[in-house]
Design a protein around this ligand. Structure first.
Ligand SMILES: C[C@@](CO)(OP(=O)(O)O)[C@H](O)COP(=O)(O)OP(=O)(O)OC[C@H]1O[C@@H](n2ccc(N)nc2=O)[C@H](O)[C@@H]1O
Ligand SMILES: Nc1ncnc2c1ncn2[C@@H]1O[C@H](COP(=O)(O)OP(=O)(O)O)[C@@H](O)[C@H]1O
Length: 302
């Protein structure tokens, strides 16, 4: 059973004051993009759950290592499904990793969403999508969106997902960094930088929703926003140069994806996206440049 699952970007990421449970309230618009991991699940005769990871990515630091044991979030997803359905079957999971690790594109969350869908099929546990979404929220803030796909507003700590009226297909360029960034560390830096300040409750900007409703790429580019930018720049100053290079190359908008360090650039069409990709390819902080489209569906068998 093979499941393809997309990466996500945040078209806006509003971050509120830290909650008592350590999480931050978010007001975000997710978009699933055409950059996919694949998770293959093969049933076993015993109750073992194993995982193997296949990737051609450069691993430069601990944060970019994908665990190949119980710490892998796909394994956690399989265990959670088994626990909640009371079955005792095992499975071999094989992950083909394309989404950058610790890149702010929810690669781990994507694998967790895919593992839920794949194991639900292989084990015949028959959980509905809404039931899988409940499990997804326990695995991570952005796992429910990876089941959903398309465009969606994210609330709560990111786990509540509601559809958004949207038109159009967008051309994106992603600049991948040499080393990943820890989501937890970026939120901690956000808190440090806001010590003593009154952080307002986050909202999704009306201009962004209007741009999506109209399918207006230029207006969308102007409305992109990310409250974690300053915190990510503070931990990785060179990211500011990467964004500037894309803006100078004429991008309609440029922001970091989630907690970074992947940078996103919106282009008006294929040729424009090639120009931006070319300009970024020689940037010192840029390990890889990828052209992509969004929105695309969430985790699907196939
Ligand atoms: C920031 C976002 C934006 O979409 O994306 P990434 O940059 O990770 O891709 C997500 O909210 C990340 O979601 P996810 O990666 O599932 O995070 P989780 O496992 O739930 O949380 C990891 C850690 O991030 C911090 N965290 C996460 C979400 C949130 N709303 N507030 C937080 O403070 C907490 O310190 C938490 O321990
Ligand atoms: N299947 C997985 N794929 C990627 N990372 C994983 C996976 N399982 C666990 N991890 C751990 O989760 C961390 C965050 O990964 P990821 O979801 O790629 O980043 P982000 O939260 O920035 O989108 C990584 O540092 C890695 O150690």
């Amino acid at each position: 059973m093979n499941v393809r699952v997309p990466a996500k970007i945040n078209l806006c990421l509003g971050v509120g004051p830290v909650r008592d449970d350590g999480y931050h309230p978010l007001a975000t618009v997710y978009q699933a993009v055409d950059l996919h991991d694949e998770v293959r699940a093969t049933g076993r005769d015993d109750d073992q759950i194993t995982v193997s990871v296949h990737s051609e990515m450069d691993v430069r630091s601990e944060i970019s290592v994908v665990p190949d044991g119980d710490d892998n979030i796909a394994v956690k997803a399989a265990r959670l499904l088994r626990e909640r359905t009371g079955i005792s079957s095992g499975v071999d999971l094989s992950i083909r990793k394309v989404i950058p690790v610790a890149g702010g594109m929810a690669g781990g969350s994507a694998d967790a969403a895919a593992a839920l869908v794949a194991c639900n099929e292989v084990w015949g546990t028959g959980l509905s999508r809404p039931a899988l979404e409940v499990l997804a929220a326990q695995l991570g803030s952005d796992v429910p969106f990876l089941l959903h796909g398309g465009n969606a507003v994210g609330g709560g700590r990111g786990e509540t997902v509601s559809p958004v009226l949207a038109r159009g297909s967008y051309h994106w360029v992603f600049a991948m960094a040499h080393e990943g960034l820890s989501t937890r560390a970026v939120f901690a830096e956000f808190d440090r930088l806001n010590t003593g300040a009154e952080v307002p409750e986050p909202v999704v900007p009306d201009a962004l929703l209007a741009a999506l409703r109209a399918g207006d790429a230029e207006a969308l580019g102007a409305a992109l926003s990310n409250d974690l930018t300053e915190a990510a720049f503070s931990l990785r100053p060179e990211l500011e140069d990467t964004l500037s290079i894309g803006i100078e190359a004429g991008a309609l908008g440029a922001i970091l994806s989630g907690s970074g360090p992947t940078a996103l650039f919106l282009a008006s069409d294929e040729a424009h996206s090639l120009d931006i990709a070319f300009a970024l390819s020689s940037a010192a902080g840029c390990a890889d440049v990828v052209q992509s489209r969004g929105p695309v569906p969430g985790a699907r068998v196939g």
